[in-house]
Design a protein around this ligand. Structure first.
Ligand code: CP
Length: 331
């Protein structure tokens, strides 16, 4: 695709805004910036790309990886950052509305990257930006139980790299295990899978924690094959990748998590023996008892690489948002 025909990205709110061409381009750009950053000269070149930009990291729901990877991705590109991680330290405690707070941030910075407890808050912020004169991009870095689009982008990049010698993601069987009802990473990645041909998704969870109809209806509408199962051992041998997620206890309202049987939905040394030799094991992290640390040493476990990929994918995404990707040659 010629640079003139590449899609611009402004707000990043939902994985469904990305086309296959966007995903392929972001993956190529990510690989290119990783390579550049390995040398002093390349790192210096990246640093000079956006020193005139400032970013606000508004993370009022806890985060380690997404916060640190966005913060460091900004620094890779020379973007200066400021942060609010606890609304108790902002004028929201004086009664300032969420919308007025976002508008205030936008007076000082050129992009707002936000993680929130509530669903739809990034979209509300983007709608506000679209109504005001100093319109800046909003990036959803995790919106309650709903979506986590930038995690899904780094997951796609990790899958693409894992399947580099196996023809890429098309045609692969991807299993998802864990709290699929409340886990936003699975919801977002499932949507991005709609861009690939011949894939089959297997959702492995107890009934009470299964993926909801909003996702499966969308998959069905796009002709993506999927199945639901509550038997990990039965399904493991057919999977090219298993995407494991933790129990989302922070969303419990009545001890729902107590009904999750970790003995049946657990990946450890025994399950390693059931997975294909060239299979891939992913987890967005942080992990709980569902993933045994004894798996870490297996070459099929890519979750530590996956979190590092997140920083490079976010560098690529910021370059696209600020339209500087043309400054590097990435094919
Ligand atoms: N994967 C992920 O979103 O991790 P954090 O909650 O630590 O950001």
């Amino acid at each position: 695709m010629s640079p003139d025909h590449r899609q611009r990205i402004f707000h990043v709110l939902d994985p469904r805004q990305f086309s296959r061409a966007d995903l392929d381009e972001l993956c190529r750009l990510t690989t290119r910036v990783r390579g550049l950053a390995k040398t002093k000269e390349g790192a210096r070149m990246l640093q000079t790309m956006l020193p005139h930009k400032r970013a606000m990291l508004y993370f009022t729901q806890p985060s380690t990886r997404t916060f640190l990877s966005f913060n460091n991705a900004c620094h890779v590109l020379g973007i200066r950052t400021s942060e609010i991680r606890d609304p108790a330290t902002s004028s929201e405690v004086k009664g300032e509305s969420f919308e007025d707070s976002i508008r205030t941030f936008s007076s000082y910075v050129d992009i707002i990257i936000m993680r929130t407890w509530g669903e739809g808050m990034a979209r509300t912020s983007a709608d506000l930006m679209d109504r005001i004169r100093r319109r800046i991009p909003i990036v959803n870095a995790g919106s309650g139980k709903d979506q986590h689009p930038t995690q899904a982008l780094l997951d796609i990049y990790t899958l693409e790299r894992s399947f580099e010698q196996q023809g890429g993601i098309d045609g692969k069987v991807i299993g998802f295990m864990g709290d699929l009802k409340r886990g936003r990473t699975v919801r977002s990645l499932a949507h991005l899978m709609e861009n690939y041909t011949g894939v089959r998704l297997v959702f492995i969870a107890p009934d009470a924690f299964q993926i909801d109809a909003a996702i499966t209806d969308a998959l069905a509408a796009r002709g993506i094959a999927f199945e639901k199962s509550d038997d990990l051992h039965d399904r493991l041998p057919e999977l090219d990748a298993i995407y494991i997620t933790r129990l989302q206890t922070e969303y419990d309202t009545a001890s729902e998590s107590g009904g999750f049987d970790h003995t049946r939905f657990h990946f450890g040394p025994r399950e390693l023996g059931m997975l294909k030799r060239e299979g891939t094991i992913m987890h967005p992290l942080p992990r709980g008892p569902e993933l045994d640390p004894a798996v870490d040493a297996d070459p099929r476990a890519v979750y530590w690489r996956q979190e590092r990929n997140g920083m490079w994918m976010r560098v690529a995404l910021l370059m696209k948002i600020f339209a500087v990707e043309g400054e590097v040659d990435f094919g």
